[in-house]
Design a protein around this ligand. Structure first.
Ligand code: SF4
Ligand code: FES
Length: 247
């Protein structure tokens, strides 16, 4: 495949940045999107030009490090991570526009790399269990209803990629925050700190400059782990109960 790539280049956080156009030739349909960018970077390097900065680590859809807006969609045309997107999703001759996550909570570091440490600080505010749970009990000693276990497991699949923020017109981190709250709050070990956790994580989300949820649902539509939108309803219910308890 021969492609035209329109890529956001930005030399640093204070640089204005602009779209630059590149041609790539002979790209295999079987290669991944990031391998296609690797090919371009090798060519740029050989010409003595600065390669394009982008994030990746596992390249297996696990770590949440990769994340690019492709033709206006977070992670591109398939519901998967950018590293798991393959070039067979595109056609020969396509023009592909590639941009970083756009959100005030995710400042651009360089080109397609953004600083997502705001999500780490939301976790630090309460996305953990600090009560003493004692030694590991026998697996059957603390019964967890199957429905709760399944739902906690579903929410625990969030990899913190930030696509939900990038897709949301309000740049809200509600899907991410709600996934963590739902995962921990449904399990016996996480229940004692549930209400304090909800309030602390939401306060931190606001402090980081993320917007509020207005139920548009773009977040769930692009989430590579298919975290359902109703985790946000669960967070709102827990927040109401926390207010009732005066937390
Ligand atoms: S909720 Fe989905 S889109 Fe948002 S950070 Fe988690 S995995 Fe990524
Ligand atoms: S590089 Fe790890 S999820 Fe994409």
């Amino acid at each position: 495949m021969n492609l035209t790539l329109r890529i956001w280049r930005q030399n640093g956080p204070t640089d204005k940045g602009a779209i630059h156009e590149y041609q790539v030739k002979g790209i295999s349909e079987e290669s991944s999107f990031l391998e296609m960018l690797d090919v371009l970077n090798e060519e740029l390097f050989a010409r003595g030009e600065e390669p394009i900065a982008f994030d990746s680590d596992c390249r297996e859809g696990i770590c949440g490090q990769c994340g690019i807006v492709i033709n206006g969609i977070a992670h591109g045309p398939e519901v998967t991570t950018t590293c798991q997107l393959h070039m067979r999703s595109f056609k020969d001759g396509d023009v592909i526009t590639i941009e970083p996550w756009r959100a005030s909570g995710f400042p651009v570091i360089k080109d397609l790399v953004v600083n997502r440490s705001a999500l780490d600080r939301i976790i630090q505010a309460g996305g953990y269990i600090s009560v003493n749970t004692g030694a590991a009990p026998d697996a059957h000693a603390t019964p967890v209803p199957k429905q709760d276990a399944d739902r906690a497991f579903e929410a625990a699949a969030c990899i913190g990629c930030g696509a939900c923020v990038a897709a949301c017109p309000n740049a809200s981190a509600m899907l991410f925050t709600s996934a963590k709250v739902t995962h921990l709050g449904l399990l016996p070990q996480g229940k004692p700190e549930n209400y304090r956790r909800v309030v602390a994580m939401l306060n931190q989300m606001d402090e980081e400059g993320f917007g509020s949820c207005s139920n548009i649902g773009e977040c769930a539509a692009v989430c590579p782990k298919q975290i359902p939108l109703d985790v946000i309803a669960n967070l709102n219910r827990q927040l109401g109960k926390a207010a009732f308890k005066g937390i």
